[in-house]
Design a protein around this ligand. Structure first.
Ligand code: WQD
Length: 337
């Protein structure tokens, strides 16, 4: 009997790619999504890729009674929790919406796990919890720093809530601290679907290349980096999705050494904004319009992962290159027009 896994936010960018890899790995998947930042079409696109239609429930996880009703209906063997608001800039204008959705929903799910003795919880966290780390590459020993954004704070507090719930109620849990997810599935049936003006670099690049944006603004070239532009660790979203399967297997097989663990999930390589622009142009044979502007408030200079612990403990490592990610992002963008 296949184990059934709940994926909240399962029709989102990282969620949908993770549902595909879960099905590929033989898991039975049920998706919860409130469709606030995606479309129901993604469910069919997942089904087109794997040939298996996940069970789907449209639920607003801020409604405690609806969360309880879900768990009355489904007895899941594990939960991967992606559902959250994720726009860094927006979070500064709507802090209470972010705390309610990103933390309220988390507490309701953990309460159901406590009451029903459910196990195996994976949390979508972010390298943003490190702020500007003192040392690079960033290891899991790096201190968590006061978040610069409400969004980042919801990830920090979320991890603390999970750690406390794990200790008090024996829920075994893993937080995956993502670096920068990019790219799209090789089938070009799922990818990043930013609604409105993209906040993140890659969708802004692909929309500029597609002529939807006049030009890309490069936020600052006066950072203390080789070419002056900020450095990040861009990980292919399919590699990131596979890290969730590895983490789930660790929990199901009870190989976790602590009730609560966290891992940095990146490639281990840093790329500057200008390096990404050049790589995109070379990979896709397109020329990109861009201009250097002032720094964006809240941005850090550089972040890239030390992947030693994740590689070893999760028995997982990235396999796809930045070039592959940028090619797939462009193929996905061209399908949107
Ligand atoms: C990357 C680099 C920008 C846009 C955030 C969150 C993180 C995760 C990913 C959700 C930076 C530069 C960007 C543009 C630019 N969030 N840039 N022009 O800020 O590293 O991480 O998104 O899952 O938790 O913190 O990602 O893609 O916004 O920016 O020059 O139009 O590209 O300054 O150096 P970021 P990003």
């Amino acid at each position: 009997m296949a184990k059934q896994i709940l994926v909240t936010g399962g029709l989102g960018f990282i969620g949908s790619h993770t549902v595909v890899e879960l099905q590929n790995a033989g898991f039975d998947v049920v998706v919860i999504d409130d469709l606030s930042n995606t479309t129901i079409k993604v469910l069919d696109q997942i089904t087109d890729i794997t040939g298996i239609k996940p069970a789907f429930e449209q639920i607003d996880l801020r409604i405690k009674a609806d969360v309880k009703a879900f768990f009355d209906k489904y007895k899941v063997d594990g939960i991967i929790h992606f559902a959250a608001f994720k726009a860094v800039g927006e979070s500064m204008h709507k802090p209470l919406d972010y705390y309610e959705n990103n933390l309220g929903a988390l507490v309701y799910i953990l309460q159901e796990m406590r009451d029903r003795k459910l196990d195996n919880f994976i949390f979508s966290s972010s390298c943003t919890v490190y702020g500007q780390a003192d040392e690079l590459p960033i290891t899991e020993k790096a201190p968590v720093k006061k978040a610069e954004s409400v969004y980042g704070n919801t990830k920090q507090i979320g991890e603390e809530i999970i750690q406390d719930a794990s200790k008090a109620h024996g829920i075994n849990a893993i937080a995956l601290r993502y670096f920068n997810p990019v790219g799209a599935h090789e089938s070009v049936k799922i990818g990043e679907l930013p609604l409105g003006v993209p906040q993140n670099l890659i969708p802004f690049i692909t929309q500029t290349a597609a002529g939807m944006r006049a030009e890309l603004s490069v936020f600052g070239d006066d950072y203390d980096t080789p070419d002056g532009t900020a450095v990040r660790d861009y990980i292919h979203v399919v590699d990131l999705a596979k890290a969730h399967i590895a983490a789930l297997n660790r929990l199901i097989e009870k190989n976790n050494k602590e009730a609560y663990e966290f891992f940095n999930v990146g490639t281990g390589k840093g790329s500057s904004v200008l390096e990404v622009i050049n790589a995109f142009e070379n990979a896709n044979g397109v020329k990109l319009n861009y201009k250097i502007v002032d720094r964006r408030a809240g941005d850090i200079t550089a972040a890239y992962a030390d992947t030693t612990i994740a590689n070893k403990e999760l028995n997982w490592k990235t396999e796809l290159s930045l070039e592959t990610a940028l090619k797939s992002a462009w193929e996905w963008q061209k399908k949107q027009n």
